[in-house]
Write a protein that binds this ligand. Structure first.
Ligand code: AR6
Length: 168
């Protein structure tokens, strides 16, 4: 069983094997956590992303971490919240699944996730955290991951994860 933890702060500082980016389909950068990761990783990151030719919603692709402490960045494209009946829950779950599959492929033991889709893309925090936790509980251990960090940038997100993880 993998350990699931809440950490507060900036995901670009996490010294884990892989951090996850909440990207868009272009993979060429943006605001929010995406912008922070590109700034911290350096210009090599956008060059590597360009080679990937984009990514579909609900999927994820890997690049090196370049100047980040993390060895890998898994760029996941979450759904834009559109009321919740347009497949958003399944798409969000699939982002987490794809990242854990990438973790298995790259022999990642520790991974940090941001709260994908809950910023600019507008996904409600509680339902998104439930999905993140459920998928990681189900799959992380089987993918060889020992530690999953839910890296929370704002206090409301941290409290949400802590409450849900405490409910077990
Ligand atoms: N470390 C950890 N979490 C962060 C950081 C950080 N440095 N900065 C923000 N967050 P968002 P989305 C949190 O908007 O909703 C971009 O333009 C933030 O508080 O980054 O998936 C992309 O290019 C929130 O909890 O991602 C896409 O176009 C969470 O990260 C679009 O935004 C996700 O917020 C993706 O939107």
């Amino acid at each position: 069983m993998a350990k699931l933890e809440v950490v507060r702060g900036d995901i670009t500082k996490r010294a884990v094997d892989a951090i996850v980016n909440a990207a868009n389909t272009s993979l060429l950068g943006g605001g929010g956590v995406d912008g922070a990761i590109h700034r911290a990783a350096g210009p090599e990151l956008v060059a590597a992303c360009r080679e990937l030719h984009g990514c579909k919603t609900a999927d994820a692709k890997a690049t090196p971490g370049f100047r980040l402490p993390a060895k890998w960045v898994f760029h996941a494209v979450g759904p834009v919240w559109n009321g919740g009946a347009k497949g958003e829950p399944e798409q969000l779950a699939n982002c987490y699944r794809q990242c854990l599959q990438l973790a298995r492929e790259h022999e990642v033991k520790s991974i940090a996730f941001p709260a994908i889709s809950t910023g600019i893309y507008g996904y409600p925090k509680g339902p998104a955290a439930k999905i993140a936790i459920a998928v990681c509980r189900e799959m992380a251990g089987g993918c060889g991951v020992d530690t999953v960090e839910f890296c929370c940038f704002d206090e409301a997100t941290a409290v949400t994860y802590e409450r849900l993880l405490g409910e077990a």
